[in-house]
Design a binder for this molecule. Sequence first.
Ligand code: AGP
Length: 594
Amino acid sequence: MPMCGIFTYYGQKNTAPNIVIEGLKKLEYRGYDSWGIAYKTDEGLEIYKETGKIGDVKIKDLDLEHSNIAIGHSRWATHGGVNKKNAHPHFTENKEIALVHNGIFENYLEIKKYLQKKGHTFKSDTDTEVIAHLIEEHAKTHNFEDSVKLATKEIEGRYAIVVLSKDEDTVIAARKGSPLIIGVGETKGEYFIASDIPAFLKHTKKVIYLDDNQMITIKDKTAKFFDMEKVEEVEKRIIEIDWDEESAEKGDFPHFMIKEITEQKDTLQRAINQTPETIEKIAKAIEKAKGTYFVGCGTAGKVGMVGEYLFAKIAKKHTNFTFGSEFSNYKNFLTKDTLMIAISQSGETADTLEAIEVAQEKGVKVAAIVNVESSTMARIADIVIPIKAGPEKAVASTKATTSQLAVLTLIAYACDGGVNIGKQQLINTAGQINDMLNPRYEKHIMDIAKKIKNVESMYIIGRGANYPIALEAAIKLQEVSYIHAEGFAGGELKHGPIALISENTPVIALVANDDTKREIISNATEIKARGGYIIGVAPEYNEIFDFWIKVPDVGVTSPIVNIIPIQILAYQLAVLRKNDPDKPRNLAKSVTVK
Ligand code: AGP
């Protein structure tokens, strides 16, 4: 059940395997346990697979033949260990069919048993291999295209697949719930198929968005699209995108994570720059709704939790937050008057998409605060609020987080009739971030990173809107530094967790200059009295701080400025501990499995 990156080339160039490897390198953030390619030669299908990161691969070291059709895959393993046999592409006994897959094939065991009875033998532990055999089984009585159509009908779950057949110069791809975007090449009859646009940006900016339940067949230099639900051919529009390749590259930065942290100088400004119509539309929807749910996962979930506080404080409105994976528990309260505000960087997170499905079945209106505008979420939502942060490649979300926070703040102000006050507040915050992000600031944080780099555990406390930020800070530290980190509501410590504090346990106190300030300082004092080492992230110095990281005094937007030094700290700890901050172990950028 991989989530992974897919890349395909079909065209006149006879270096398809190399083009695919280069494309996969740009998708590595989606999964980096193993990788593989399949390509067509006069003799049939060649398959090459490796474990490890594709980013380290030097094409000249591989002995690949010429070909003008190739498919490839970079894997994030869920079940089926990390080894060559489970790496994609998967293929049938005589290499009749080769296939790459991103998604979850829920009923694969049942179909595997059926196929085994029919004489198929399997080499891997994956669900994907079963799809290849299923297509081959149908191909006994149907042509290639119909066999793929029939196989997809039997797959329960989410998938994006690309299939090659030994006997035909044809590429077939189909999707349901996992992303696939078509790049239309500059020369006639040249196509790219990828999980994400940056993978083919070097070759083309012309794209076709494949929708759910649609299939593309590329044959004789022509692409045809088919709607598998309506059982009919469909016309698709080519859209010219304005992304530039540079924004998807690291440039002079050693890692994407620090590049993206630094970009927050500009991204906040872009996030605020929403059209008045968009803001009005969402504010009206919130006003009309009888019940508003923020839904997201991981970091995007924490942003949703901040949303609850922002709406309570600024818009004086009660809202609810739920993680995508927990949302269905609330389905009895959903009506056509409910509003869901889904928050996601990628727009492809399976748990959030599933929550949207549950909501839409009940007639709930869905708004999406999303970064990837071509994503499934953006395409199925009723209202889309793009955060315009540009490609975020590091697994740890940074610039998308602060942009989502900015957009939510703006909407909360709009709901209170003060959109311009909100805008001004955010413009001021953006300016202060610009001043804050400089080498001196990073160096200061490096001093504390060096001091704590070998600790076993650390804790973060916050109150009010900075409580979810404490949880988010913990995610940042966990995912890239691998240090055990936990966030708590400042007031909760004395109810149990304070027992974890011993001599020199680092505790980060997130302080805002608001009505929570006095109490969070007294919570930090309680920790200090038990030997804790207090790192204060605060606009003003306090004598209880053992180490002070100054942040601008921005009032209600304190969650935005308070998370930034923690992002920097997490990055520096990762580097000091020799972890790859862009591709932390066990994780992937877009979590398309439940
Ligand atoms: C963030 O640092 C994490 N990598 C992760 O929690 C992420 O926020 C979560 O998987 C949701 O992703 P999304 O924003 O793309 O929906």
